[in-house]
Design a protein around this ligand. Structure first.
Ligand SMILES: *[C@@H]1O[C@H](CO)[C@@H](O)[C@H](O)[C@H]1NC(C)=O
Ligand SMILES: [Ca+2]
Length: 160
């Protein structure tokens, strides 16, 4: 009898801890309160226990665009948020830095990626330059806003 109750309590506790540590991982994105270069943007996200957004599907692209629009910082006609991809390690080979995965999905603007000194991936709204919430490779030192995402951390589950 007591054993059954304690097993039940154990399950309740596990579910509760799982909710606490992992569920918020699904409510996703946050835009930094200031602009910075790509590296500072990445560090900012990690300090928030998040990472620069990995956008590997149209669904995620749309979600990130929605979040970026909601920040209401694009009315001047220029707004950019850093995504978590770069080809700094090998030119032309864009990689999601936090997973090492190659870019399969992408939503490049016209004529992008243009290469040269431009190695960090940004989602732009810049209609004068024909960016309508599309991607560009930009110099990594450009000051733009981080868009961070929550992600599930394996440690959450391994603890049990
Ligand atoms: C951007 O794209 C949207 C949807 O495709 C369109 O409705 C809008 O007019 C475009 N904006 C500009 C500035 O081109
Ligand atoms: Ca470019």
């Amino acid at each position: 009898m007591f054993g059954a109750i304690s097993n039940f309590l154990k399950i309740v506790l596990i579910v509760l801890f799982y909710q606490l540590c992992c569920t918020h991982a699904q409510s996703k994105y946050q835009i930094a309160p200031y602009d910075s270069n790509w590296f500072e943007a990445s560090e900012y996200c990690h300090r928030m226990d998040m990472r620069l957004a990995i956008v590997d599907s149209e669904e995620k692209h749309n979600a990130v665009v929605k979040e970026a629009k909601a920040a209401k910082l694009h009315s001047s006609g220029f707004f950019g948020v850093w995504l978590g991809a770069t080809d700094l390690a090998r030119s032309g080979n864009f990689i999601w830095h936090n997973t090492g995965a190659r870019l399969r999905y992408a939503r490049w603007g016209e004529g992008e990626p243009s290469g040269g000194r431009e190695h960090c991936v940004v989602l732009y709204y810049w209609p004068k330059q024909r960016f309508n919430w599309t991607w560009n490779d930009a110099p990594c030192s450009t000051e733009l806003y981080a868009i961070c995402e929550n992600y599930e951390k394996a440690a959450c589950i391994q603890e049990f």
